[in-house]
Write a protein that binds this ligand. Structure first.
Ligand SMILES: [Zn+2]
Length: 418
């Protein structure tokens, strides 16, 4: 009952004002591409896609109204930007003369508005408009919150950031993937901001990285969690009234321009259901890789449900990886060293990759998987390390690319069969 009343309150307050969408501008970029932008009053649930028509990019902005009728014409390759409204969705259609490489719209707060923007770029050999998959990486804790503390004062917040950076490194130099870091330094970030930022970055999936702590140092191993409303309400039922009120206040304490994921679960039940299903699929793929890693112990054999608020986005498949127990000497030693952290990052990366093989996103390069990924050699890269990061051998890389290890150069694109 309490829950229902709270929900009605949230719902009613959000109906006071419609979220107004208006055209902002199209500006040419240095690389010859264009940045297309719109304005909103508050962050929205936006579904963007390049449809069956390869020359169209469509943005469905949910629960928004278009304030100005803005059919406009622009320079090549943009033919026209037009709108098609219905009661619930403000649809923006970008008509193109040819397919483009595009980026998923980002939502950014500028002054009193939310700017929705995305870049398009002409690229040769595109048959349809395509974009990268965006992975939001959330390094747990940070700043004034150290998280769990292990032997010799090893801190969870440091371990999670290093694993996050290792994962980012692999993703950002692999074609078809873009990594965004929820935090890339020792910053204090609220739980609300973490999942809100994932939406603003246009994340397709959200990975939160943690390390467990427990009073018994014998407990060890990695586990994978997803959020569920049931586990959340079970925990809520067992809390004292005071604590429950405190948590609910925190949950409601999102910025007025931010998106209300709690309300959205009621508004878009099918989207939420699908998100839980896909979170489970993604979690299973990551867990499967962790199980294959000979150095990582497993704490829980199945994907677990838990009340980790950071995972509760209504539509972005979200998984939390506990990379081990920092309070266990063996796990702590593993997580303290680069090789151990690299293995966790690799399991997560391969899990993500296997997930997109099974569930590619329409209009992204994940649709075109042909048995290998393409990685661009970076300064300081060593082939043996690359092999470990992708879970292959050096010889497999050399054979597939028909290259000599000594002939590697920065910027070189190599194929890796995974
Ligand atoms: Zn943690």
């Amino acid at each position: 009952m309490v829950k229902k009343l709270i929900f009605l309150f949230i719902f009613a307050s959000s109906l006071i004002r419609a979220n107004e969408l208006s055209f902002n501008e199209v500006v040419q970029l240095e690389n010859g591409g264009y940045k297309i932008s719109f304005n909103l009053d508050k962050v929205a649930y936006i579904k963007s896609y390049s449809s069956n028509d390869p020359n169209k990019i469509i943005l469905d902005v949910h629960d928004a109204v278009i304030v100005k009728n803005f059919n406009k014409k622009f320079n090549f390759p943009i033919k026209e930007i037009s709108i098609a409204n219905n009661e619930k969705i403000a649809r923006l259609i970008v008509d193109l003369y040819e397919p483009v490489f595009w980026q998923k719209p980002k939502q950014e707060k500028i002054d009193n508005l939310i700017e929705v923007s995305f870049d398009i770029e002409r690229k040769r050999n595109l048959k349809t408009s395509k974009r990268d998959v965006i992975v939001a990486i959330d390094a747990g804790h940070g700043g004034k919150y150290p998280g769990a503390v292990g032997p010799n004062n090893i801190l969870e917040k440091d371990v999670t950031l290093l694993i996050a950076k290792e994962l980012q490194r692999t993703l950002q130099d692999t074609d078809g993937y873009e990594a965004v870091m929820i935090r890339d330094g020792d910053n204090t970030i609220s739980l609300n901001k973490r999942y809100q930022d994932a939406r603003k970055y246009g994340a397709d999936i959200f990975i939160s990285i943690h390390a467990d702590g427990f009073r018994l140092s014998s407990v060890k191993g990695a586990s994978v969690f997803i959020w569920s409303e049931e586990s959340s309400s079970t925990i809520a039922r067992n809390l004292s009234d005071k604590k429950r009120e405190k948590i609910q206040a925190e949950i409601k304490n999102i910025e007025p321009y931010d998106f209300n994921d709690d309300e959205a679960r009621y508004k878009y039940p099918e989207i939420y259901k699908n998100k839980i299903k896909q979170s489970r699929n993604l979690g299973a793929k990551i867990l499967d890789q962790l199980k294959r890693d000979p150095y990582t112990h497993i704490h829980k054999e199945n994907v677990e449900y838990a009340d980790f608020r950071v995972l509760k986005s209504v539509d972005i498949p979200s998984v939390l990886v506990e990379s081990g127990f920092i309070t266990n000497p063996e796990d702590a030693k593993r997580l303290k060293g680069k090789p151990g952290r690299r293995m966790i990052a690799r399991s997560i990366f391969l899990g993500i990759h296997n997930y997109f093989k099974d569930f590619p996103i329409e209009g992204t390069f994940s649709e075109d998987y042909i048995g290998h990924v393409t990685y661009t050699i970076q300064k300081g890269d060593v082939l043996s390390e690359i092999a470990i990061r992708f879970g292959v051998t050096v010889n497999e890389i050399l054979d597939l690319n028909n290259i000599d290890e000594r002939s590697l150069y920065i910027g070189q694109k190599i194929k890796i069969a995974i």
